[in-house]
Design a protein around this ligand. Structure first.
Ligand SMILES: Nc1ncnc2c1ncn2[C@@H]1O[C@H](COP(=O)(O)OP(=O)(O)OP(=O)(O)O)[C@@H](O)[C@H]1O
Length: 268
């Protein structure tokens, strides 16, 4: 069962001040070009590719934060491409993003309690239910009640990422779009965060779209990999097979650029 689908999605950004001599609008090359992708129920799908290949643009379109130039988006088989804000209200709570730098997405004047409780504002829950949901959610990412009154600036980078994950799962979503969620974490915090997300996935039956340019994280954390280059998917394979067999030359180039000293490769 596909929970989320991109069907021939294209995004062309207009060039700023981009007019030719005849007065016609000039466009940049497509950031995403006729791309199709399926996220299956319960899987972690890695979307990998170099900086600028269009990964975040695709994620923003799937989350309906950015309109596509062409193509369709399907949620559980239903075409939501043209759904308006009101129609999207329910679906929005089912798909939550976790960004690479959670701190930048927090209001610095909000306590951890208010940040994690933000997505619950529209939910019809009693105040007491909201308070206990926030505490339980924080607990599930390994942060006790002593963090409720803290401000984001009073947390370490790893704790900020945990609060970002807690905020994303507070409204009990089905899909997390993880956009470089570990890039601000060192190797051991990264492993901890992966374990945490893996546990949440099993317990809550989540599906993850995991965006990264770091292939070293893919093997242990993901089920399938889609390799993206210049707005298109050039290869898809099971994550366990990524390091084996014939690969597309671009995938091979990405694999070869992982430093051999990387801890994930020490046992290769
Ligand atoms: N709002 C925007 N307006 C114009 N061009 C944009 C906009 N957002 C992204 N782009 C362009 O679209 C292309 C794809 O960018 P995108 O951020 O999706 O890539 P990415 O693969 O996520 O990169 P990174 O790994 O560095 O985050 C780039 O050429 C970028 O300059």
């Amino acid at each position: 069962m596909n929970v989320l689908e991109a069907v021939e999605l294209t995004k062309v950004y207009e060039k700023r001040n981009g007019w030719n001599r005849g007065g016609a609008r000039l466009n940049a090359p497509p950031a995403v070009s006729g791309l199709s992708l399926e996220l299956r129920q319960g899987e972690t799908l890695a979307l990998v590719g170099e900086s600028g290949c269009g990964k975040s643009t695709l994620a923003r379109m799937l989350l309906k934060l950015e309109p596509p130039t062409a193509g369709r988006i399907r949620y559980r088989g239903t075409d939501i491409t043209d759904w308006n804000f009101r129609q999207m209200r329910e679906v929005r709570s089912r798909m939550q993003p976790v960004f690479q730098n959670s701190l930048a997405s927090f209001d610095p004047a909000f306590t951890v309690e208010k940040i994690v409780g933000e997505p619950l504002r529209g939910a019809r829950l009693e105040r007491a239910a909201v308070v206990s949901r926030i505490a339980e959610t924080l607990e599930s990412v390994g942060l006790g009640s002593e963090y409720l009154r803290r401000y984001p600036s009073e947390l370490s980078g790893g704790q900020q990422q945990r609060v970002g994950i807690a905020r994303a799962i507070a409204c009990e979503p089905e899909i997390l779009v993880l956009d470089e969620p570990f890039s601000s974490l060192d190797y051991s915090l990264r492993k901890q965060a992966m374990r945490l997300l893996d546990g949440l996935k099993q317990r809550l039956g989540l599906s993850y779209l995991f965006i990264t340019h770091d292939l070293s994280a893919v093997g242990t954390f993901c089920d399938r990999v889609s390799v993206m280059r210049r707005g298109e998917i050039v290869e898809q394979c099971p994550a366990a097979e990524l390091q084996r067999g014939e690969r597309h030359p671009y995938t091979r180039m990405l694999l070869d650029s992982i430093p051999v000293s990387h801890p994930a490769l020490r046992n290769r």
